[in-house]
Write a protein that binds this ligand. Structure first.
Ligand code: CP
Length: 527
């Protein structure tokens, strides 16, 4: 693999930097202009007869599947529609095994995959990369065509391209109203980062509480510098005067919600469905967009708007064909020469430094009388101090219990909850007189269970070494951790050979490498 784009996969919108996304939009613009002018489109084609494209749609699709099928046909090569209904999935074959086998039949392949399993293409990209390198065959390109309620990056690329067209390529600012099922809508989740192509972003989220975007996405938008406003219905939104000119509607996915929500279906739908009486409140340049499909009985954009100037969604869906032609060309290296000179270097996805263990100064006169097993001072051994500093007493006890189980501290020892310097604050301590050292793996586990704790090494009643532990940037391969998102490809219920992996994503949070769901550090443990 060489070049800027060749062989890369697209699992989430952040897999492309902002500059790379802009490059893709520029190429799509050139393609559309050449198409409209009736010019030759050959410079946009791969023209590689060995190239093969596998469309694995394990969930229903019309637009994404058909636009990719036609975009792949545009490039030449073989286009394979994988029939999942008649495949060995029905004999409990794993997706990993299936894709390994298909790669053997079709080297130099691009897999376009839709699945309810979140993080599937991220996982396949890593797993098949290793598999192919051992067998000296080229690693396939994986494109996420929608994974559960996680992301839909190629929809995002066509959405942003459509907004840019509407704004006549002005990227200085965007004011966007997002309406509908923001809880389940993967296309709106991809907007959290896809909108970064604009210099100033104002987002109005319009949904009742039950359908509102999960907090972590809202928080991420704020961290990205977006102004975010929240409204519970279109009525509430239009009762104020600062109304966006670009509206992005989504379908309600009530079928994914429990009975309690279904009982409220009519009022939830009403809150996010546009009505004729709202029309005078819109500015003349307003456009509506929708990833489609619309619900034929209860569309959030009613059909009486189809032949009005508000209709931005039909051209938006056609843009799916053009953006996907460019995406396939891009990831197969068609523009690598051009990109080499145009774009800055690729940034590392995972921090490689691991400075989560810090040596602390040791007071020369430190005596260990503060560290006891019961009433007896520790003469030789280890004391884990500052466990869950400042947490509730109950939280500290439960973390002490977790540390003991995860590190298998089934030895002569003691533990307790104590005041810190301030009587209002507490901390946990575990004293281990029979343990003289920890393995690197145990130190990392401890850092991930109880960031902020210290390990005190004691010899002849003196602390001779003190380490402070922070959250590790990356935690993986421990049998005691798992992603709790049942839709995640790494969840044990799916029986795929995925090693659990978390990346630090905040002061106290890890996110799953695959589904990207964030968890407080104490939620990743199974004990
Ligand atoms: N927008 C979109 O993903 O549509 P399909 O489900 O028809 O692919």
């Amino acid at each position: 693999m060489s070049g800027r784009f060749k062989g890369r996969s697209l699992s989430v919108i952040n897999d492309l930097t902002v500059d790379e996304q802009l490059f893709l939009y520029e190429k799509t613009r050139e393609l559309k202009e050449a198409f409209r002018a009736g010019e030759s489109l050959d410079r946009f084609r791969l023209n590689n007869r060995e190239a093969s494209f596998y469309l694995l749609f394990l969930e229903d699709s019309t637009r994404t599947k058909e636009s990719f099928r036609n975009a792949a046909a545009f490039h030449g090569g073989r286009v394979n529609l994988f029939d999942s209904a008649a495949s060995s999935f029905n004999k409990m074959e794993s997706i990993t095994d299936t894709v390994k086998m298909l790669v053997g039949y079709a080297p130099s392949s691009t897999f376009i995959i839709r699945s309810r399993l979140e993080g599937l293409t991220s996982f396949l990209d890593a797993a098949l990369g290793e598999y192919c390198s051992h067998r000296m065959i080229p690693k396939p390109v994986f494109i996420n065509a929608g994974d559960g309620k996680h992301e839909h990056p190629t929809q995002e690329l066509l959405d942003e391209f459509s907004f840019l067209e509407q704004k006549n390529w002005d990227r200085s600012s965007i004011h966007l109203a997002i309406v509908g099922d923001l809880f389940h809508g993967r296309t709106v989740h991809s907007k959290v980062n896809g909108l970064k192509i604009f210099q100033s972003v104002k987002v109005d989220l319009i949904a009742p509480r039950e359908l509102m975007m999960p907090d972590h996405y809202i928080e991420e938008m704020k961290q990205n510098g977006f102004e975010v406003r929240i409204f519970s219905s279109i009525d509430d939104y239009l009762a104020q005067s600062d109304i966006a000119c670009i509206w992005y509607f989504t379908r309600l996915q009530l079928e994914r919600m429990g009975d309690e929500v279904l009982e409220k279906a009519d009022s939830l739908r009403k809150a996010v469905t546009f009505r004729r009486e709202f029309m005078p409140l819109l500015k003349p340049e307003t456009r509506f967009y929708h990833p489609l499909p619309r619900h034929k009985e209860h569309p959030t954009i009613p059909t009486f708007l189809d032949n009005t100037d508000l209709n931005g969604w039909d051209l938006q869906s056609i843009n799916g064909y053009f953006t996907r032609i460019i995406e396939i060309g891009l990831l197969n290296g068609l523009y690598d020469d051009e990109a080499e000179t145009l774009l800055p270097p690729i940034s590392e996805k995972v921090p490689v430094t691991s400075s989560f263990v810090k040596e602390m100064p040791v007071r020369t006169q430190t005596k260990t009388s503060e560290y006891k097993v019961g009433i007896k001072p520790v003469e030789n051994g280890i004391v884990i101090d500052h466990i869950s500093c400042g947490s509730s007493i109950e939280g500290i006890w439960s973390n002490i219990d977790r540390i003991r189980k995860v590190l298998n501290l089934n030895v002569r020892s003691s533990h307790g909850v104590y005041h810190r310097n301030d009587p209002a604050y507490f901390k946990g301590i575990i004293s281990l007189p029979d343990i003289l050292s920890f393995s690197q793996k145990d130190v990392k586990k401890l850092a991930a269970i109880s960031p902020g704790c210290t390990i005190n090494f004691i010899k002849d009643s003196r602390v001779y070494r003190k380490l402070r532990l922070d959250m590790p940037p990356r935690v993986y391969g421990f049998s005691e951790i798992s992603c709790k998102n049942e839709a995640c490809i790494s969840h044990s219920s799916h029986h795929e050979p995925v090693m659990t992996e978390f990346l630090q994503s905040g002061e106290n949070t890890f996110k799953c490498r695959y589904c990207e769901k964030p968890f407080h550090f104490d939620e990743i443990w199974d004990l």
